[in-house]
Design a protein around this ligand. Structure first.
Ligand code: GMH
Ligand code: CA
Length: 157
């Protein structure tokens, strides 16, 4: 009573061993899938994946098509990863960042304040008083830009 018999122990050993095998397969599959996702236009930084569909749309398109975007562009390495996407496509990319709510206070889509930034010299300039979104150029630098412009749409997963 309460004791685990030999048969049960052996059964569990078998089950654990089967699970280990399955886990190994899963890890290999995931590692491969990450490489697939990163080719040709995705970039992996740690456990984050930055991906563009290659579609150019305005900021509303970005928000609608990719609610996961934004909120975590905290590091130089992440900026470099997104810069790679711009380089590959030879096009500027919209970041999941805007100052729609309060002029001059840039936030990620999840509402977090922007901590890391990489503005081009002289930016953000809110040109014509109408620039609340942010594009990243092929050189990796940021420019605030009219949200209605079409730029490559970025998703973060
Ligand atoms: C103005 C000038 C340019 C600058 C653009 C840009 C638009 O036209 O200040 O030098 O490149 O604005 O900021 O987003
Ligand atoms: Ca600008």
């Amino acid at each position: 009573k309460g004791e685990v018999g030999n048969t049960e122990v052996n059964l569990m050993k078998k089950q654990v061993s089967a699970l280990q095998g399955q886990l190994t397969m899963l890890q290999a599959g995931l590692a491969k899938f990450q490489k697939v996702a990163a080719f040709p236009s995705g970039q992996i930084v740690g456990n984050k994946a930055f991906v563009t569909s290659g579609y150019e749309g305005n900021f509303d398109d970005l928000r609608q098509r990719c609610l996961q975007a934004g909120g975590q562009l905290e590091k130089k390495t992440e900026n470099a990863a997104i810069q790679q996407i711009a380089i590959i496509h030879k096009k500027a990319v919209f970041l999941g960042i805007n100052d729609i709510q309060t002029e001059g206070r840039f936030k990620h889509l999840n509402g977090d304040d922007v901590t890391y930034s990489n503005w081009q010299l002289g930016e953000p300039n809110n040109d014509k008083g109408a620039e609340n979104c942010v594009e990243i150029f092929v050189n990796g630098k940021w420019n605030d830009r009219f949200c209605g412009e079409n730029r490559l749409i970025l998703c973060e997963f």
